[in-house]
Write a protein that binds this ligand. Structure first.
Ligand code: SF4
Length: 197
């Protein structure tokens, strides 16, 4: 546990000083993962938003409120899980991430997963979900449309369960998505409460 805390602290230092991709030029600060370092569940969002970039915390902007409501619907507290991003630096004007940026930052995500050793990985949204499935060798469609069927489904990879969910910000963009998204997050309750799923 002591070693894990030390290694995570070291990883966070590296992330804060990182210049591996062009996003370091436009960020205010890199946002490191946070939460329960021994969590069974790790949630992986896409990238920090405007407020997260300013304050250096995960999920504190408008999508943070929705995120907590969705998590609550699954009977899970924010304090119980570990939260991180696929990209640790903000995307200018919230544009889509590029492959070179995803590749560069995934090295940090891999190390975080190895250090926290979660039982369940929950990537949020298309880019995080596609990359996490790829990291674990699970075939996934390249296109956003075909990917929609992957949300709310369980994938078994060596040593870990992967359960992709829509990103909470999709409700901000289109509130009519809320009932469908809530229904998928509620499925997490079964997985969270039943270790044999
Ligand atoms: S997004 Fe990741 S790889 Fe790019 S500068 Fe930030 S921490 Fe480094």
């Amino acid at each position: 546990m002591e070693n894990q805390s030390r290694d995570l602290a070291r990883l966070h230092e590296e992330i804060r000083a990182c210049t591996r991709c062009p996003l370091h030029r436009t960020r205010t600060q890199a946002v490191c993962g946070e939460g329960n370092r021994r969590a069974r569940l790790m949630l992986i969002a896409q990238a920090p938003g405007e407020r997260e970039d300013r304050e250096g915390r995960m999920f504190i902007g408008p999508s943070g409120k929705i995120f907590e409501e969705l998590l609550e619907s699954a009977g899970i507290c924010r304090e119980d899980v570990y939260l991180t991003n696929l990209l640790k630096c903000r995307l200018p004007k919230n544009r889509r991430p590029r492959q070179d940026e995803i590749r560069a930052c995934s090295a940090y995500l891999k190390r975080e997963i190895l250090l926290v050793e979660p039982e369940i990985l929950v990537p949020l949204g298309f880019y995080a979900a596609r990359q996490v499935l790829k990291l674990f060798g699970v075939p996934a469609p390249q296109g956003r449309e075909a990917f929609k069927d992957f949300y709310g489904r369980l994938f078994l990879a060596p040593g870990v369960k992967i359960f992709p969910l829509p990103h909470p910000s999709c409700i901000l963009h289109n509130p009519t998505h809320k009932p469908g998204v809530l229904e998928k997050y509620r499925r997490l309750r079964t997985l969270w409460g039943n270790e044999s799923v």
